[in-house]
Design a binder for this molecule. Structure first.
Ligand code: ADP
Length: 192
């Protein structure tokens, strides 16, 4: 089973993806994690994407599609969870092609519905918690980058909601509830 978790920054995609990995043996493909790893390891690609990411902008389709292609070609999994990918219609088309090449398809797109106030609070809270615990704070977890990230989401990513709805693949889940309730709602979609 291959699924996409769709939703704005701070919606809880990563949190829910981790449950699916632990309990269903699926593999999480987070382009955000891959890009942060590239940034930290100082590769050429990491240097190219660092500025854009820190400011909250989107990295080019070419780069992220390349990262996903590499994973799909090498990783064997009992289903993939796409987290933070696709973020543009071009990426959505590329994903459909990549899955088709493997003889696979997309089984569900789960949209985590939240509201902007909660998002900004969650992200700013996440940064404050990390700082208080002496952990590193994501360079883009600040109010300024968050504004750009939200704008990018509405401009470039939210059209995917209509796109997958039209294909009959979209299910909306309330992302404002308790983590366990969101988890249960997702399980219901996947097991139906
Ligand atoms: P969040 O969902 O919390 O904003 P992610 O960890 O998914 O964070 O992504 C962090 C950053 O990485 C994004 O703001 C963007 O700069 C870059 N990025 C991640 N995935 C993509 C993608 N599919 N296309 C373009 N840029 C991406």
């Amino acid at each position: 089973m291959n699924i996409i978790l769709l939703g704005p920054p701070g919606a809880g995609k990563g949190t829910q993806a981790r449950f699916l990995v632990e309990e269903r043996g699926m593999v999480q493909l987070s382009t955000g994690d891959m890009l942060r790893a590239a940034k930290e390891s100082g590769t050429e690609m990491g240097q190219i994407v660092a500025d854009v990411m820190d400011r909250g902008g989107l990295v080019t389709d070419e780069i992220v599609i390349g990262l996903i292609r590499e994973q799909l070609e090498t990783v064997k999994a009992n289903g993939f969870i796409f987290d933070g990918f696709p973020r543009t219609l071009a990426q959505a088309d590329a994903l459909a092609d990549l899955l088709a090449e493997k003889g696979e398809s997309l089984d569900a797109v789960i949209e985590l519905e939240v509201n902007d106030e909660v998002l900004v609070d969650r992200i700013v809270g996440r940064a404050a918690e990390a700082a208080a615990a002496g952990q590193s704070v994501r360079a883009d977890d600040n109010a300024e980058s968050m504004k750009v990230r939200l704008m990018e989401y509405y401009k470039k990513t939210s059209p995917l909601i209509g796109y997958y709805y039209a294909k009959g693949q979209l299910t909306k889940v309330d992302g404002l509830g308790e983590i366990a309730d969101v988890k249960a709602a997702i399980a219901k979609v996947l097991d139906s």
